[in-house]
Ligand binder design. Structure first.
Ligand code: GTP
Ligand code: MG
Length: 348
């Protein structure tokens, strides 16, 4: 049995188990920690399944039709497969490599059956992401210290919303959380973050000064003195002038490092999944000007081209740490390649 069949089996077993728990209507005291985790996992998996429905309807459907259209695995079959994957935002080179590997396996294993080929397709796509090294999606937080996470990215990609969603998650994990309004550029940005902080019930620091580093300096000093666990810093989203942005980020990093050494522990680049190859270019540019430790991929629910995760792996090679699968506070979840693959190919 291939990887994909195993994955489906594991997830459907978990789904069944959690359904049984619900059916018994046990109150929370009777549910063990382990069961709670399982329920949480199934809920997250469901979010991937729901959030990726546009992608599934589009490109996975097209893949299924291929199997009906071609009774033989021919050159035309491969050409069409290539096209489908490229239009799903998986980068051209990634697709080429993928098809080469697929052809090799079809030959070596003498594959003629499309059902089996499906398994191989998903296996090989999974391998693109997993590759030879494991990319961890866990946030690199140090217990007992004030951890700074800097959020960067161009206008409108979802930085502020992502901060709120991640802060909400950290707060629910029992962390003491502060948001700092380092976007001093866009009108209304400070108020927007303040409102989010109130809504989710975490602390906020921001004022009307123009220099983000000055705001960060004061906010972070307070956070350190008051022993906050995590400080999330919003920044302005402009990339018109690379040199200026680089200088500004350098300054922010210097100020942060002065107050809390070895920080920021994470610099997360926010990318909008609906912008496709444009998002990939942004990632490449930001990678050149600062040390990006992870990617937050927003609006995956809004695209039919869910393959962008694989393109990021191939072309940017920075771990995706969170994905946005909807607009609610609870719709941003840690990235998990298995749940993603399952959500994408559920009906394949
Ligand atoms: N559907 C969906 N919408 C999202 C997601 N993330 C963000 N949005 C929406 O995208 C819009 C822009 O989000 P912001 O968080 O303000 O973006 P920003 O990067 O802070 O923008 P600037 O501050 O102007 O640079 C908002 O309307 C959000 O509700 C997501 O994962 N899914
Ligand atoms: Mg913003």
């Amino acid at each position: 049995m291939g990887f994909f069949s195993k994955l489906k089996e594991v997830f459907s077993k978990k789904e069944e188990k959690v359904e049984d728990i619900k059916d018994e209507e046990i109150n929370s005291e009777e549910i063990s920690e382990e069961e709670k985790e399982e329920i949480e996992e199934v809920k997250e998996t469901e979010k991937y399944v729901d959030g990726l429905s546009k992608s599934r309807d589009n490109f996975v459907n097209k893949l299924s039709i291929l199997g009906i259209k071609y009774t033989k695995i021919s050159d035309e079959f491969y050409d069409e497969l290539e096209e489908i994957l490229i239009t799903a935002d998986i980068g051209v080179n990634t697709v080429m490599d993928f098809v080469d590997r697929l052809k090799k396996r079809v030959k070596e294993e003498d594959i003629t059956d499309f059902e089996y080929l499906k398994e191989v397709i998903v296996d090989e796509l999974f391998m693109i992401y997993v590759g030879n090294d494991i990319l961890s999606s866990k946030l690199n937080l140090v217990d007992g210290e004030t951890n700074v996470i800097l959020f960067v990215g161009v206008n409108g990609v979802g930085k502020t919303t992502s901060i709120a969603k991640i802060a909400n998650k950290l707060k629910n994990d029992g962390k003491k959380v502060m948001l700092i309004a380092g976007d001093t550029f866009r009108a209304g940005a400070v108020t927007q973050l303040d409102e989010w902080a109130k809504r989710i019930g975490v602390s906020f620091f921001g004022d009307d000064r123009e220099d983000p580093s000055a705001v960060i300096y004061d906010g972070l000093t307070k956070a350190k003195n008051e022993k906050y666990d995590v400080v999330l810093v919003d920044t302005a989203g402009r990339l018109q002038n690379k040199v200026n942005l680089m200088k500004e980020l350098e300054k922010m990093n210097r100020v942060i490092g002065e107050i809390v050494p070895n920080n920021p522990v994470e610099t997360l680049l926010v990318i909008d999944a609906t912008t496709g190859q444009n998002g990939i270019s942004q990632a490449k540019s930001f990678k050149e000007i600062t040390n990006i430790t992870g990617i937050v991929l927003t609006k995956l629910d809004g695209t039919a081209k869910g393959g962008i995760v694989l393109a990021i792996r191939e072309l940017v090679n920075i771990p995706v740490k969170f994905v946005g699968l909807g607009e609610k506070e609870t719709d941003m979840i840690p990235f998990d390649i298995e749940k993603y693959i399952y959500g994408l190919f559920k009906e394949f």
